[in-house]
Design a protein around this ligand. Structure first.
Ligand code: HEC
Length: 215
């Protein structure tokens, strides 16, 4: 069987993808400390996310946005910025995409850049691209992870940092309705692929029979 001979190749390629995906090749350097893991084991994720949103609004919105959660820096809500902001929000169903946001508030963001050397990034996807360990350690002590950064150490407790990290984790999750929609689309795509494979096999057989190669 030809197929059997291709199994080692499939295993090697699959193994490589697995190694990349699972992080065996690049183990995470920063770890969430044990004390923080204990908090996560004791308190529900929903509770932590709720606390985290509050803590974030208290300590981080002077500089950062989480657009996926419709959280914007304080300057966006300043009296002189409000009319434009309200109008843009209304036109975009409550959500500002990055380019609209950055051009509407270019002046304010430029001010932050002048003060901190770089615009404090939007943190909607920070949990994913930094990973939990790095995110935790960065919020706890920015200088430790990124020496020389202008991001201030906010001196938060482990509980507060875990809560913010959990909140940022939920920020990336789609809503319940969106999840259902995606599952439905996924099911349809798989059914479609199966039907396509069957049709293709039948077609192949028909062609081979017609050419007299197979009967
Ligand atoms: C006074 C402004 C300021 C405040 C307040 C602030 N940050 Fe930052 N933050 C920054 C700046 C500036 C950077 C960019 C750092 C750099 O590139 O050197 C940053 C970077 C970050 C990053 C790294 C993102 C990346 O893409 O590398 C995370 C995560 C972060 N901040 C989280 C927080 C959290 C959580 C809080 C609240 C507890 C907070 N920050 C409060 C200014 C601030």
């Amino acid at each position: 069987m030809k197929f059997l001979r291709s199994i080692p190749i499939i295993l090697i390629i699959g193994g490589l993808f697995y190694a990349l995906w699972s992080g065996i090749l690049e183990p995470e350097k920063w770890k969430v400390p044990h004390s923080a893991e204990l908090i996560k084991a004791k308190v529900s994720e929903a509770q932590l996310a709720k606390e985290g949103e509050k803590t974030f609004k208290m300590f981080c919105t002077a500089c950062h946005s989480v657009r996926y959660k419709e959280i914007y820096p304080t300057f966006v809500n300043a009296p002189n910025a409000k009319p434009l902001f309200k109008l843009l929000m209304k036109k975009n169903n409550g959500f500002l995409n990055r380019y609209i946001y950055e051009s509407a508030f270019a002046l304010q963001l430029k001010g932050l850049k002048a003060a901190f050397g770089s615009v404090p990034p939007d943190l909607s996807t920070a949990y994913v691209y930094m990973g939990e360990g790095k995110l935790f350690n960065f919020i706890k002590d920015p200088q430790k992870v990124l020496p020389g950064t202008k991001m201030p150490n906010m001196h938060l407790s482990d509980r507060q940092v875990v809560a913010i990290s959990t909140f940022l984790k939920t920020a990336i999750l789609p809503t319940e309705k969106e999840t259902q929609k995606r599952h439905l689309i996924g099911t349809f795509v798989i059914i479609f692929l199966i039907v396509l494979a069957v049709l293709f096999a039948l077609y192949r057989k028909a062609v081979l029979t017609e050419e007299g190669i197979e009967d």
